[in-house]
Structures are given as structure tokens and as C-alpha cells.
Design a binder for this molecule. Structure first.
Ligand SMILES: C[S@@+](CC[C@H](N)C(=O)[O-])C[C@H]1O[C@@H](n2cnc3c(N)ncnc32)[C@H](O)[C@@H]1O
Length: 185
């Protein structure tokens, strides 16, 4: 999606805003009750709403550069029991509005392909990550085994000082995604 204009945002939020991969991946991730979680390209906020009950003493920060998407995220969080605990901030992956070394967990669910500059975004993810923090990257459908796309992702992660520690294929009915758990190298 090259441009997240108002029409595209309304379409995306209605069709994919609560897409099951958010739930599948959020449930598969280890998180501590006091974690600081930053969701980069958070969309409508569904992954954070799903994680929130497992992070009762932590912080939940959703970041997205698309103002209308954040409005929808805030609207959907109003009626969620934990929604008031989620803080939404406007900004792109390439300039995260988040302090250095504060995040225990950074999420990038179906988001990195939409960043304008993936190298810059991954360097920002590394900047905000605590030394013992983790990143969870999710791609709907995943990536072919030995492919240019996969090699490109791994090499960009390495360039940002990050490394994949595990890869998980998650499926439910016809839906599938791949979750990569990533740590500082
Ligand atoms: C396919 S949606 C995924 C949203 C959500 N993570 C989910 O899985 O439902 C991609 C999101 O990336 C956001 N986005 C676009 N450009 C971005 C950038 N440069 N940095 C971070 N997010 C970006 C869009 O606004 C959109 O919310």
C-alpha cells in the first residue's frame, strides 16, 4: 500500500482491522506483566488490545504515522476493558516517538513492508529496544524458504544489529502467518 489515505484506511480498518493474525501472533508471544510494549505500525490497535490483559503492570504504546488510523484505534479502544491503558502516538517507524532503550517488546505486525525506509526503521527499533528486549515481526502468509525477500530481511536485520532467534508458522483455518522472534545481536 503506497499511500494510507482516508479511503484506504477506512477500507483496511473495516476489512482487516481485527484480522486473526493479530490475535494468533499476540497469543504466541512471551511477555512479562510489567513489559513496555511498542507496536510499530499499530494500525487499529488490535494486537495491543489482545496483549493488554497479559501486561497489567506495563505500558502499551501504539505508533502509526497515519492520523485517521490512530483515530480509529482510539475509537475501538474506548469500549475495550484495557483500552484506556493503550497510548497511541503518531509517527513513522523511521522516527519513532519513543525514548532510547525503553522497550521490552517491539511489535511489527504486517507493518515493515509499509515502512518507507526499512533500514532506517530497523535502526530505530534497535534504538528503542532494551538490551534484553525482543522484537516480534509478523508477516501474513510468511516468506518462501530460500528467497531473495527472506535474505533481504535477514540482512537488513543484521545491518541494524538484530538477529532472528526463532521462527514460528501460525495457522487457524485458512489463515496463516509467520512470526519471527528477534533479539539484539
Ligand atoms: C497492513 S497495516 C498493519 C496494521 C496492524 N499492525 C495490523 O497488523 O493490523 C500497515 C500499517 O503500517 C502503517 N504504516 C505506513 N507507513 C508506515 C511507516 N513509515 N512506519 C510505520 N508504520 C507505517 C500504516 O498506517 C498501517 O497502519
Amino acid at each position: 500500500m503506497s499511500e494510507w489515505n482516508a479511503r484506504v484506511v477506512e477500507w483496511y480498518a473495516a476489512k482487516y482491522g481485527e484480522y486473526p493474525t493479530n490475535r494468533l501472533a499476540a497469543d504466541a508471544i512471551d511477555v512479562t506483566p510489567d513489559a513496555v510494549v511498542v507496536d510499530v505500525g499499530c494500525g487499529t490497535g488490535s494486537a495491543l488490545r489482545r496483549l493488554a490483559s497479559r501486561v497489567p503492570n506495563g505500558r502499551l504504546i501504539g505508533v502509526d504515522p497515519t492520523a485517521r488510523m490512530l483515530e480509529i484505534a482510539r475509537e475501538r479502544s474506548v469500549n475495550d476493558p484495557n483500552g484506556h491503558r493503550i497510548e497511541f502516538r503518531e509517527g513513522p517507524a523511521e522516527r519513532l516517538p519513543v525514548d532510547d532503550a525503553c522497550a521490552d517488546l517491539v511489535l511489527a505486525f504486517d507493518s515493515i513492508d509499509h515502512w518507507k525506509d526499512r533500514r532506517a526503521g530497523l535502526l530505530e527499533v534497535r534504538r528503542v529496544l532494551r538490551p534484553d528486549g525482543r522484537v516480534a515481526v509478523v508477516k501474513d502468509g510468511g516468506l518462501p524458504g530460500d528467497s531473495e525477500l527472506r535474505r533481504g530481511l535477514y540482512s537488513q536485520l543484521e545491518g541494524a544489529g538484530l538477529r532472528v532467534v526463532s521462527e514460528h508458522r501460525l495457522t487457524e483455518d485458512e489463515i496463516s502467518c509467520t512470526l519471527w522472534v528477534i533479539e539484539p545481536a
